[in-house]
Design a protein around this ligand. Structure first.
Ligand code: SF4
Ligand code: SF3
Length: 545
């Protein structure tokens, strides 16, 4: 195996024996083979995109990409079965293409390879020709993987929007175009860079689509105090990013005596008006994903993962872990979706009834809900605070959290920021500083949480609006600096989206991606002023002055 897609890649270069994330060699290889298979399917899709119906295939590709995101799915059997599903879809599309008179000679191996048994699939998965290292030139490999990781993030966000009834064929067309391009040896580095920027453009489109899917279904997030304590009822903990799963769980638990709590990236669900009507939607339990072992242990009730980030569960609670959507873990029941998108969570609810209430690990409240509509409703106040000098700078600290000790940098950074600065955040990165009590500036909290990582889109909308209000030509003239932390591939699409919007001088930490070769880093530095982080004092001096 060779995997270097996340921030915790072994030795800062790549995992080669087993994943630091807990992914086995077998699963890593199968993920590569699934990506290889969807590249082949993309070649076929691109041939007929203008003339044939591709919805089923596009949905398959979207879910397959999402399954390979760090910490989403650890289930080898699910990857084997998804690859086999790819074979059937391939046969279907080949038949349709042939019927329409397309010639299908000399297809790339990714579009024709076949294995007639699970064992043969595993043998193919081990082959070096399907993995990341199949591309020998490290710069080409770097750019290809940067694009693929961006596509994984894009697919994840598109999947959530799709679950709420929104999709966009242009996004699917870009995904298959880009996947095929990652096999094309005739493309130059410049071609691949152009394709990377296009990923950013479609990243913005996808996040905007998800934003409208979420807000049209559940209303605009509003300032909300979220309880972080517990009640004395049995309960279910829901984690991940999928709001439609949460809605279904809330409806099905209503009146059962079972409470529902959010974990990690599901916290922002509390900010949506539509979920406030559920009295049994009690609060948020715990912190970012990497603390889940201790927190899920003390939660006592069933846990449902709707997406990443799963940490391989301990024996003490694995029998109460469930997955759904693109997530999976061997031995944990997977709640399948019915044809109409509905899911039956009754098994989990029954299980909860027989388990003790959560053990209290903290008490109090945290405040969030500062997505674009809420911040723009406060625009006058914000603009006045900037004009009067009460707010000197906004610091975007969105992104992911992770288990590396060096991430204490972000807590210290937040603590040491001058009192006339406001942190704009989104994603699980917030858990490094959202319970610090950093105060407010004239009633505006110093930490404004827009929501999940995809709600980084909200931060971009806010920046663009401020640019308009202050009558500036360039988004970079705003008093906003970016100190973003990343972990997995959703952060890659968020970063590419910000670059597409013209944001410069983003600091990215706690380390730069292992998948960026030195030459690709140079391009990002020269073109976009991207930099890493140093020490808290240095960086505050440099970013805030
Ligand atoms: Fe390693 Fe990250 Fe890949 Fe897991 S996802 S195998 S930790 S690089
Ligand atoms: Fe966190 Fe996994 Fe990225 Fe959605 S939950 S931000 S790491």
């Amino acid at each position: 195996m060779f995997c270097y897609q996340c921030q915790e890649a072994a030795k800062g270069t790549g995992c080669t024996v087993a994943g630091v994330c807990g992914k086995t060699e077998e699963v890593a290889n199968l993920q590569d083979l699934l990506i290889y298979t969807v590249k082949g399917l993309s070649i076929l899709a691109n041939k007929g995109r203008e003339t044939i119906e591709l919805k089923k295939l596009d949905h398959y590709i979207m879910r397959a990409l999402f399954m390979t995101i760090t910490n989403a799915n650890f289930d080898a059997a699910e990857f084997v079965s998804t690859i086999k599903q790819g074979f059937s879809l391939r046969e279907e599309i080949i038949d349709v293409l042939k019927d329409k008179g397309y010639t299908l000679d000399n297809l790339h191996d990714s579009a024709v390879w076949y294995a007639d048994s699970d064992k043969a699939i595993l043998v193919k998965a081990e082959s070096m020709s399907v993995g990341v290292l199949a591309t020998e030139n490290e710069d080409v490999r770097s750019l290809r993987e940067l694009i693929i990781y961006g596509l994984k993030g894009m697919a994840a966000y598109a999947y959530h929007a799709y679950n709420l009834g929104k999709e966009n064929d242009d996004i699917y067309a870009y995904i298959t175009k880009a996947l095929e391009a990652t096999l094309d040896d005739s493309l130059s580095a410049d071609d691949l860079i152009a394709l990377t920027l296009e990923a950013g453009e479609f990243g913005v489109t996808t996040m905007a689509m998800l934003d409208s899917a979420n807000t049209e279904a559940y209303g605009n997030p509003e300032i909300t105090e979220v309880n972080i304590g517990v009640r004395d009822n049995p309960a279910i903990l829901i984690s991940g990013h999928d709001l439609s799963d949460l809605e279904q769980l809330l409806k099905q638990t209503e009146g059962t005596g079972v409470d529902v709590y959010t974990h990690c990236e599901m916290l922002p669900a509390h900010y949506y008006p539509a979920f406030k009507k559920y009295d049994h939607f009690v609060g948020n339990y715990g912190n970012a994903w990497w603390k889940q072992k201790e927190e899920m242990e003390s939660f006592n009730g069933p846990v449902i993962f709707t997406t990443n980030c799963i940490v391989p569960p301990s024996k003490s609670y694995i029998d109460r872990v469930y997955t759904t959507g693109a997530s999976g873990f061997p031995g944990c029941p997977h709640i399948e979706e019915n044809e109409d998108g509905s899911k039956d969570f009754s098994e989990i609810i029954e299980k909860a009834k027989n388990l003790p209430a959560p053990t209290e690990i903290e008490t109090g409240k945290i405040v969030g809900g500062f997505a674009h509509a809420q911040v723009l409703a406060l625009a006058d106040k914000v603009v006045d605070a900037v004009k009067s000098g009460a707010i000197k700078k906004f610091v975007v600290m969105a992104g992911c959290d992770g288990r590396m000790k060096s991430r204490s940098y972000y807590t210290e950074f937040a603590e040491k920021l001058p009192k006339d600065t406001v942190i704009l955040t989104a994603g699980c990165a917030k858990y490094r500083y959202n319970k610090l009590n950093l105060g407010d500036i004239g009633g505006i909290p110093r930490v404004l949480d827009a929501g999940q990582c995809n709600d980084s889109y909200s931060l971009a909308v806010i920046a663009l609006k401020l640019k308009e209000v202050f009558d500036l030509n360039d988004i970079n003239e705003l008093p906003i600096v970016y100190n973003i932390s990343w972990y997995e591939q959703k952060a890659v699409i968020v970063l590419l989206a910000l670059l597409y919007l013209g944001v410069k001088n983003i600091h990215l930490g706690p380390t730069l991606p292992a998948f960026l070769s030195p030459n690709v880093v140079n391009v990002l530095v020269e073109t976009f002023g991207i930099g890493g982080i140093t020490t808290v004092d240095n960086d505050i001096q440099q970013m805030i002055g």
